[in-house]
Design a protein around this ligand. Structure first.
Ligand code: ZN
Length: 463
């Protein structure tokens, strides 16, 4: 049984599945008009970890995540650069996938694009107009939120209090300030699509409704995204689905914010300006480790310091991989738990992880157990208990792989001879043959390696 925080009910509860053994989930994707930022990295990593873990546990996960390829920002960028909207969208969608590949986020099962669904959206909007749930103003078609009795469910506030707090806008043609645009009439020079109620383009909140229902069907299990999407985006998606008489997502979960330190984000402080900028400077696995260290609902601080700290933890894991010559897992492939034998020490570790990860995806507790197992594996090897050491180390590698984090036995060692020297030196040290160990160290240094001793054995790196 999978339990996850539910944003509607405000508590952790069972993810009740429409089809036993299958999890259908929809994750709101990016608008492709700029480089991905750190917040994009976090939500994709959080939900990638969830997807991987549930897959590892034996569920089939249908993971749909969209690309918003038409909106004001894309139009403005195209105008500024003297290019077209499709060109801007294509370029930044490529940047997006490049970044996702680097941080090891597996491709969604399906990736719908807003522009592929315009006719479905036109049909939905026409039905709203027909039922007087939508209404026309001079600049577009709006959705009347008062037609949805429990509007405000995701915001956690009733309609009256939302209305009282709403910003009064210049557009006095709207029936209520909370009403939102579902269609924007074409302005000269802007891309537009034909519609019986006036040519134009869809508002942002409508695309996810038609795409999720088309690809996952009614009553799909889980709708997720960053906390910033909870209101109004998700509220408005839900309102439209309900107004259309469709059974929408049964469970909503949201991940926390990304903080960039006390100071405002700025290049002069050495903070990362975008996800791509960060990935160019760091081990791409570091962001995943940082995300795993915090609970997905908590805010995380992403600064050069916290990332460097994550890199040090990665070095400890890679040292384990080298000491026991562990295989590198993860990458785009999903690791599946039933492919392994879980008994003894490995089985206990797996069970411990399942307890905390199945219960609201508690990755910090899982990580604590995994790092304890790293220490235990090294300690067992130090006292000569190779069997326990190897069993634990192997389980650690597979279980990190289940969360999408691959250990690297040869991080940047592409020198087979050096690896042999490291192994020989570790053996010499284990046999307390210090003279030989020193000789091997000198030999490695001659080959241009910096040699360090650690609890896990000899570490080498380029200066
Ligand atoms: Zn959405």
């Amino acid at each position: 049984m999978i339990r996850l925080f539910d944003s509607v009910h405000g508590d952790v509860r069972e993810l009740e599945l429409r089809d036993p053994g299958r999890i259908s989930m929809y994750v709101c994707g990016p608008t492709v008009y700029d480089l991905p930022h750190l917040g994009h990295g976090r939500y994709t990593l959080v939900w990638d970890v969830a997807r991987r873990w549930y897959t590892f546990r034996g569920y089939v996960v249908d993971y749909v995540s969209n690309i918003t390829d038409i909106d004001d920002n894309i139009i403005n960028r195209a105008l500024k650069e003297g290019t077209t909207e499709p060109e801007v969208a294509r370029r930044f969608e490529q940047e997006w996938w490049d970044a996702m590949d680097l941080i090891g986020v597996a491709r969604p099962s399906r990736v719908p694009r807003a522009t592929e669904y315009v006719s479905d959206m036109v049909e939905l909007i026409a039905s709203f107009l027909n039922d007087d749930i939508g209404y026309v103003t001079s600049d577009g078609v709006y959705f009347d939120v008062s037609r949805v009795p429990d509007y405000g469910l995701l915001a956690g506030q009733p309609l009256d209090s939302l209305r009282a707090g709403a910003r009064v806008e210049a557009n006095d043609e709207k029936r209520s300030p909370l009403d939102f645009a579902i269609w924007k009439f074409a302005k000269p020079g802007e891309p537009s699509w034909p519609a019986p109620f006036g040519d134009g383009r869809p508002g942002w909140h409508t695309e996810c409704v038609v795409m999720s229902l088309d690809l996952l069907g009614e009553g799909f299990d889980l709708h997720t995204g960053g906390l910033d999407l909870r209101f109004p985006h998700h509220e408005n998606e839900r309102a439209q689905a309900l107004a259309a008489g469709r059974d929408f997502a049964h469970h909503w979960s949201h991940n926390g914010w990304v903080m960039v330190g006390e100071e405002k984000m700025s290049k002069s402080l050495g903070n990362f300006t975008s996800l791509s900028d960060m990935l160019a400077q760091t081990d791409p696995r570091a962001y995943r480790l940082l995300v795993l260290r915090s609970h997905y609902r908590s805010p995380i601080e992403v600064t050069p310091d916290t990332v460097a700290d994550a890199e040090r933890a990665l070095a400890r894991l890679d040292a384990l991989a080298r000491r026991f010559d562990l295989p590198t897992l993860a990458g785009d492939a999903m690791v599946i738990g039933s492919d392994y034998t879980w008994s003894g020490l490995a089985g206990a570790l797996y069970e411990g992880l399942a307890l905390v990860l199945d219960d609201d995806l508690n990755t910090p507790l899982a990580l604590a157990q995994l790092f304890e197992a790293v220490s235990a594996a090294n300690a067992a090897a130090d006292r000569g208990d190779q069997e326990s050491a190897k069993e634990l180390a192997g389980a650690v590698a597979v279980l990190f792989g289940s969360l999408g984090l691959g250990l690297r036995a040869s991080a940047d060692v592409d020198d087979d001879d050096a690896e042999d020297l490291v192994a020989a030196r570790d053996l010499a040290r284990a046999q307390k043959d210090w003279a030989k160990a020193d000789r091997l160290r000198a030999e490695l240094e001659e080959r241009g390696w910096v040699v360090e001793d650690s609890a896990a054995g000899t570490l080498i790196r380029r200066p």
